[in-house]
Design a binder for this molecule. Structure first.
Ligand code: PXG
Length: 289
């Protein structure tokens, strides 16, 4: 495997960064998880735009033009013969002193890894996922804004630990007000009477690219789509609940905190949108060659 680091494609075994990189020392950096389908990189420009926004929000200067970042993603896919896969684009603060001050770091490091991902076993897309709500609340927006896709995922990791300790694979995180924010690595939608609702970003959700795609595809198919505050009650009593994310794609949820959702299997809206999504991703994206 070839890995892109700062303008060069190097062998996997030589793909190393310094132990003094603030990305490692403080989780100081930003990233994107991107998919390639059928020889195209899905929503590449949206991912790069979000990366730059995340960087701006943490006062991180990427020092490489946006077009070069997009080109690096394509180049890394090409170098690894990727047609369907998963791309991890990472920008770290770079090498600095042993102290928080990010302004003492030399320059940011740009890394692109193009490989594969399978988040959940395939059967679960048919059966649906059992999840729980967890006590670890989503970061307060004025501490680390959840719209920033930063390298500091400890909040989400701790939520995931709680989920796994409860015997399930995913969870719903609530915000400090007790409203539904998102899953540990996915956005959440509730369906009731044919209306789709997902929490607005100010409730603690990442501005998910799969979320935006699903909102668009659902509207095209005549569904009403809303961004609105959701409580646990709204999820427990929904006709359907599903999660969306680059890694998870669209996955139905059939149990939350031991309440069964809908008919105990992913419902018709989840299935319809999932089919539409899979057709859409094959045809849309930046060609790799
Ligand atoms: N919320 C959070 C906290 C995420 O990390 C999403 C929502 C969904 O956003 P997108 O833009 O992907 O639709 C994410 C994304 C992984 C992995 O390795 C996680 C994500 C993406 C890719 C890989 O578990 N999470």
């Amino acid at each position: 495997m070839k890995v892109y680091i700062n303008g060069k494609l190097v062998d996997e075994k030589d793909a190393k960064i310094s132990v003094f990189d603030h990305g490692l020392l403080y989780g100081d950096g930003v990233f994107e998880g991107i998919r390639a389908y059928n020889g195209r990189v899905f929503k590449l420009e949206d991912h790069v735009r979000r990366l730059f926004r995340s960087a701006k929000a943490i006062a991180l200067d990427i020092q490489v033009p946006r077009e070069d970042i997009s080109a690096a993603v394509i180049e890394t896919c090409n170098a690894n013969g990727i047609r369907d896969g998963y791309i991890r684009l990472v920008v770290t603060r770079g090498v600095g002193t042993l102290g928080l001050n990010p302004y003492q770091c030399e320059h940011s490091q740009v890394i692109v890894i193009a490989s594969a991902i399978q988040l959940y076993p395939v059967e679960l897309y048919e059966e649906g996922l059992s999840i729980v709500t967890v006590g670890t609340m989503r970061n307060h927006a004025e501490a680390i804004n959840p719209r920033i896709k930063s390298l500091n995922y400890l909040n989400n990791v701790l939520a995931k630990v709680e989920a796994i300790n409860s015997g399930v694979m995913e969870c719903i995180m609530l915000n400090p007000q007790g409203f539904v924010a998102e899953a540990s690595g996915d956005n959440v939608f509730a369906v009731r009477d044919g209306v789709l609702t997902t929490p607005p970003c100010w409730c603690g959700a990442l501005e998910g690219i799969t979320r935006a795609t699903v909102m668009e595809l659902a509207a095209e198919r005549g569904f009403t789509v809303r961004e609105d505050v959701l409580t646990r009650y709204d999820l427990y009593t929904a006709d359907e609940v599903f999660l969306t994310g680059t890694a998870a794609e669209i996955i139905g949820v059939t149990t939350i905190d031991r309440r069964s959702i809908g008919e105990g299997q992913p419902g018709p809206v989840t299935r319809e949108l999932s089919e539409r999504f899979h057709a859409y991703v094959r045809e849309n994206g930046t060609p790799i060659k």
